[in-house]
Design a protein around this ligand. Structure first.
Ligand code: DGL
Length: 267
């Protein structure tokens, strides 16, 4: 018996802004039978500068509302800044819901680096987190890990993906610290530890003082979601648009156009 799409609950993909779209596009490839709901908490963007207790409270409250309204199958928290802070609290507050998280890809970077010099490019919030320090201690203690907390890059990525011009010097000022040279060795992996950044990977590549691997965890996150929600027998692949919710309630024209390009329609 083919499974009709209406029988399947949607997958909720969450970020502070449009960064989670980098994860949504991979999830759609791996989960073609599912509808998605994209939620951008743009009213609170950027998360990177928030104080931890206030952000925690804000996200838990928001999820109480989102889960009640949309009843998703699972939630993908496509935001390092959010998940490294509230991942455990979300699971504790909503034990019936399954959450797929996004955390800095420090473990795979430590496994792959040849030079032993790895950089983590993230928001100031993610860089500060105890969670991030624990990842380094547990999986990369043999490496030299440089944490680079960028104040402006998430905003720049939002502007870039909306088609606004970027200033090379300004981008380089944000990423420059990722490049370390020590005893004849050079950084060879930069972890993109903010879901906004993969949108700018081509710009980073062009401006980098030397070639490195830019590690984007989107596909690994989508694979984890797929594992939690197995493909039903005889599924029907979906066409058509999914809803997107912007918490400000008033996304501008370029945002609407961008969402359309991603097969999303604003609610
Ligand atoms: N996309 C978010 C992340 O992965 C951060 C953007 C923000 O500062 O809100 O960390």
């Amino acid at each position: 018996m083919p499974v009709t799409t209406s029988e399947l609950k949607p997958i909720l993909v969450f970020d502070s802004g449009i960064g989670g779209l980098t994860v949504l596009r991979e999830a759609r490839v791996l989960m073609p039978e599912r509808h998605f709901i994209y939620v951008a908490d743009d009213a609170a963007f950027p998360y990177g500068g928030w104080e931890e207790p206030a952000l925690k409270e804000h996200i838990i409250k928001l999820f109480a509302q989102l889960l009640a309204e949309h009843d998703p199958e699972i939630c993908i928290i496509a935001c390092n800044t959010a998940f490294t802070l509230v991942g455990a609290d979300l699971r504790a507050a909503f034990p019936e819901m399954r959450f797929v998280g996004t955390v800095p890809a420090i473990k795979p970077a430590a496994e792959r680096t040849r030079s032993g010099l790895v950089s983590v490019l993230a928001t100031p919030g993610t860089v500060k987190r105890a969670y991030t320090r624990d990842l380094i201690q547990s999986f990369a203690s043999q490496c030299h890990v440089r944490l680079v907390g960028s104040e402006n890059l998430a905003r720049m990525a939002e502007a870039y993906i909306r088609g606004e011009p970027t200033d090379d010097a300004a981008v380089l000022a944000e990423i420059g610290q990722c490049f370390v040279e020590e005893d004849g060795r050079k950084t060879d992996i930069v972890v993109l530890a903010c879901t906004h950044y993969p949108f700018m990977a081509n710009v980073f590549r062009r401006l980098a003082p030397w070639p490195v691997d830019w590690l984007d965890p989107a596909e690994a996150i989508a694979r984890q979601a797929r594992r939690l929600v197995p493909l039903p027998d005889g599924f029907e692949p979906l066409n058509g648009v999914d809803p997107a919710i912007f918490t400000s309630g008033r996304p501008d024209f370029t945002t609407r156009r961008l969402m359309q390009g991603f097969g999303l329609t604003l609610r």
